[in-house]
Each structure stands twice: as structure tokens, then as C-alpha cells.
Write a protein that binds this ligand. Structure first.
Ligand code: GLU
Length: 493
């Protein structure tokens, strides 16, 4: 039998991909793919006043970058199109008319002033809102108003008593008293559907079986259900996702927002996070596997994902955790791949010729957590910074100004006579030298590393840096250090 599971990601194009939206898309994808179903992209752009140039492209490109391949969508088509709501304008009215014919909906001619006045007064229903005035108008009055061309909206007749109940797959049983529900508008005065109406009609016509969305939509679900019931359509399964929180400086939590850090996929990528690390981190915002495993590729997630392990308690987007994931993903990649990823960032700091980028990659890869850290990490390769002479003094390595000068003079001599300049030969030479001088390797490496980098902390040790810089530049920098240390010694004699 054909598998009927169909989920849809239905973003309103905002021009950026919020972490919460990406999580919704990911869970929709995972639910359909883990059940062997189809994943559909539908653009909900009925709010034309909020039209943002290029916003749909952001959605396509993000889904592509993270590998959430959809089976049907605006740019690839499918049997249930069009997949952009603004191109479906003509579909909705006839469904509202059908409800009118079946006496489940009605024309409402109440104007703005009347509706405004209702807001301020307690109406006969005991709560603020529309008083269902037109629901009870007689037919002849309705007909004459229609003929006169007076603007109207179409409202659904909500049940006056009883309650609407449904079971959300995550939040469990939800019950709402029907009297709390206003007669909802289906078609606005301009003839276009309301957001909720279009959403239900589209989900039904597209055969959506599982509706996945943020928990801010939980309270609207009863209204959607009353529409499905009015049409006699099967109600889909609901999967509402927990809130995403951010950690405040004082340790408290609040809804994730810009003050916590970047909240969109594009900004995170711009900050140097890899798409697959972002996806992995987001996958765990509200879902967890049965074991403690944390690293999941998208295809692992498809295999492991199950709706019953989605939690309803709010989850926290932790930037430290994202750094950890990113570091793990960087370290798991082959050097060739890292070379492609790192090159634009290396170029920001290093423009000197004769520098082998692959050597830089191999030296720094274990220390990079975000790609944007790279330029600051390696800027000393381009130009030796001005440094404090006291950098040569290090207790642990047992170095001081005097023995540093001695080491550097000797190292310079030896390195000058080295014919093959490579990691191995530099390493052998320096280790031999330490043995000969009867000093610890650290006592030898420390001053050399400081001399060639001008920094206290560097990615990689003396040997790697010498290898990257090449013979001439290394000797120049060692010479400079010798000069500085000699001057200092002379001054203090
Ligand atoms: N268009 C809605 C949004 O972007 C999605 C609503 C839904 O998934 O039903 O938030």
C-alpha cells in the first residue's frame, strides 16, 4: 500500500531563517522520512504587505545547505501545487461558500466602528469580542445587504456550547470550551482568506497527515479542528514543538532572542558555524535519543528519530554546546575539505606568498571551534607583532632572558645550515640540539616559538610555525629576537 505520511514546512517568508523555524523544518523532514513519507514545502505569503525581496530564496537556499530535500515545493513542483499561497488565491472562496450553503458559515456586514465598540463593552456572550450579530440576521435582510454591495466578511459559526478536544502528540490532551471561541473570519472583506483558513484548506488539499509547528500555535488548533469537522475532513495528527529558550547573563532563561546571540541560520553560518553542526545542535532542541549519543548526521537522525521522544519542556539553545559541536565536526573532516573551508578565512589574515595553506590547516584544525576565529589565530604569520620581551620568561619551560638568547643564537646557526626545510628535519634538528645542550625540549622550543610568533599563545608549536613561515622569514624573526635580547642585556650590564 502507498505510504500516506505527508508533512509540510509552511514558512512565511521573513527574509531570514530563525533557529526555531529551522527546527520545525527539520522535525517535519525527520518525521516524514523516518516514516517513509513525503516532505513538502509550502510558502505562506498571504500577508503581502510584509513582502520581502528575496525572502523565498533564503528558504530554498537554507534547506539546500542543510540537506532538507523536499519532495514537492514551489521550485520543483508536484501534484498538489501551486505551493505558494499567493498563487492559490482563487481556491479558498468556494470552500467558504460551501460552508455558507451548509449553514455553517455566514456573511457578516458589521463595520469597523461596530466591531470597535464591541471591544470596549462586555457583550452578551460574557467575553470581549464579536457578538455574532449577523449570525442571527434574517435571510431577506442578508440578501438585500449582499445586493447592495456592502462589504462583508465570511465567518464560521462556532458551536455555542460543549467543548473541542484533541490529543497533541507531544502536549497530550487539550480541551477548549467552545463558548470561548469567536465566530472566526474565514474570508476577509477583500475576498482573501484569513491565515488560519488558508492554512487548513491547504493542509487538507495537500493531504498533510502530520502537522508540526511551534507551541505558539497550540491554542489555535481547536479552531482548525472545528473547520476540519465542518467540512467533514479527517483531522491530521498534531505535533507541537516546545519553546526555545536562551540563557541570560544572570543564568535565568527567557525566550531565545537576539540578545542571547545570533538567532538565524545565516548569521550562525556567517559567524563560522558549519551547517551540519547547526543542524545537529538544533535536532536536540526538544528531541533526544534513547541513549546519550550526541553526534548525528542527518541520515542518522532519520534512522533514530521518533515522535515519542519529543519533549514538551522548553529547551535551551546553548552557544557553548554549538561551539563544541562545531569543533567536533571540523575535526572529523579530511584536510582537503578543511582547506576549502578555511581558505577564505586564512586569506583574510595572510597574503604573503609562499605560504602553504594546507600546513596552516593541519596546524590549527584542532583548535578551531568557529571559522571566524581563524584570522586572529594566524595573523602573526603575516606580520610579526610587537611583543613584550618578558614573553621569553616562562617558569614551566624554565626559560629566562639569558638562556633564551643562548638558545636563539645557537638555533639560528643550526637552522641556517639546514638544507631541507620541512617539519621532520626542523624537529630532528631542534631535538638533537636540546640533547646536546642538555636542556629540556620546552626550554628550547619556548623562546623559538615566541621569537617567530611574537605571541604567548599560538596554534601549533615552534616546529609547525617555522615550517609554515619558511627559512628566510624564520631566520629574520629569530635575528630580531636576538637583537632585542642583546640590547636588553647590554643595557642591564
Ligand atoms: N506560516 C507559519 C509560520 O511561518 C507556519 C504555521 C504552520 O506551520 O501551520 O509560522
Amino acid at each position: 500500500m502507498e505510504n500516506k505520511v505527508r508533512t509540510r514546512y509552511a514558512p512565511s517568508p521573513t527574509g531570514f531563517m530563525h533557529i526555531g523555524n529551522l527546527r520545525t523544518a527539520l522535525y517535519e523532514y525527520l518525521i516524514s522520512k523516518s516514516l517513509g513519507g513525503k516532505f513538502i514545502l509550502r510558502i505562506e505569503d498571504t500577508d503581502q504587505c510584509r513582502h520581502i525581496e528575496g525572502a523565498q530564496e533564503v528558504i530554498y537556499s537554507t534547506l539546500k545547505q542543510v540537506g532538507l530535500t523536499y519532495d514537492e515545493g514551489p521550485d520543483i513542483g508536484g501534484n498538489f501545487g501551486p505551493y505558494v499561497q499567493s498563487q492559490r488565491k482563487d481556491i479558498y472562496l468556494k470552500y467558504a461558500q460551501r460552508l455558507i450553503e451548509e449553514k455553517k458559515a455566514y456573511h457578516c456586514f458589521c463595520d469597523k466602528e461596530r466591531l470597535e465598540s464591541l471591544k470596549s463593552s462586555e457583550n452578551c456572550l460574557g467575553y470581549g469580542g464579536y457578538d455574532r450579530h449577523c449570525r442571527y440576521c434574517d435571510n431577506s435582510l442578508m440578501d438585500s445587504m449582499l445586493k447592495s454591495g456592502k462589504p462583508y466578511v465570511i465567518r464560521q459559526k462556532m458551536p455555542l456550547d460543549g467543548s473541542t478536544e484533541f490529543t497533541d502528540e507531544v502536549y497530550g490532551e487539550i480541551i477548549v470550551e467552545n463558548k470561548e471561541l469567536q465566530d472566526q473570519i474565514l474570508i476577509k472583506a477583500d475576498g482573501l482568506p484569513t491565515y488560519n483558513f488558508a492554512n487548513v484548506i491547504d493542509d487538507h488539499l495537500m493531504g498533510i497527515t502530520h502537522i508540526v509547528r511551534g507551541c505558539e500555535y497550540l491554542s489555535s488548533a481547536p479552531k482548525y479542528n472545528l473547520l476540519y469537522e465542518a467540512f467533514g475532513w479527517e483531522i491530521p495528527k498534531y505535533i507541537h514543538l516546545p519553546l526555545i529558550m536562551g540563557k541570560n547573563e544572570d543564568g535565568s532563561l527567557s525566550k531565545l532572542s537576539k540578545r542571547h546571540g545570533s538567532v538565524s541560520f545565516e548569521d550562525l553560518v556567517r559567524e563560522g558555524y558549519l551547517p551540519e553542526a547547526i543542524v545537529n545542535c538544533i535536532a536536540l532542541l526538544g528531541w533526544c535519543p534513547s541513549d546519550n549519543r550526541e553526534i548525528f548526521s542527518l541520515s542518522d537522525l532519520v534512522k533514530k528519530f521518533s515522535i515519542d521522544r519529543i519533549s514538551k519542556s522548553p529547551s535551551t539553545f546553548d552557544y557553548d554546546k554549538l561551539n563544541w559541536f562545531n569543533g567536533e565536526y571540523i575535526r572529523s573532516k579530511e584536510d582537503d575539505h578543511l582547506l576549502c573551508l578555511f581558505t577564505p578565512y586564512i586569506k583574510k589574515a595572510v597574503s604573503r606568498s609562499n605560504i602553504d595553506y594546507l600546513k596552516i590547516v593541519q596546524t590549527i584544525k584542532n583548535r578551531v571551534t568557529k571559522l571566524t576565529q581563524i584570522p586572529d589565530m594566524i595573523d602573526f604569520i603575516e606580520t610579526l607583532p610587537k611583543y613584550d620581551i618578558n614573553l621569553f620568561v616562562n617558569k614551566k619551560s624554565k626559560t629566562n632572558l639569558e638562556n633564551s638568547l643562548l638558545v636563539l643564537k645557537k638555533a639560528k646557526e643550526r637552522l641556517l645550515s639546514l638544507n631541507t626545510w620541512c617539519h621532520e628535519s626542523i624537529y630532528d634538528l631542534l631535538i638533537d640540539m636540546a640533547k646536546e645542550m642538555q636542556i629540556k625540549n620546552g626550554t628550547l622550543m619556548w623562546p623559538i616559538r615566541v621569537a617567530v610568533s611574537g605571541k604567548l599563545v599560538t596554534p601549533g608549536g615552534a616546529v609547525e610555525i617555522l615550517d609554515i613561515l619558511g627559512k628566510d622569514e624564520s631566520i629574520n624573526r629569530i635575528n630580531l629576537a636576538i637583537e632585542i635580547l642583546t640590547k636588553f642585556e647590554e643595557k642591564n650590564l
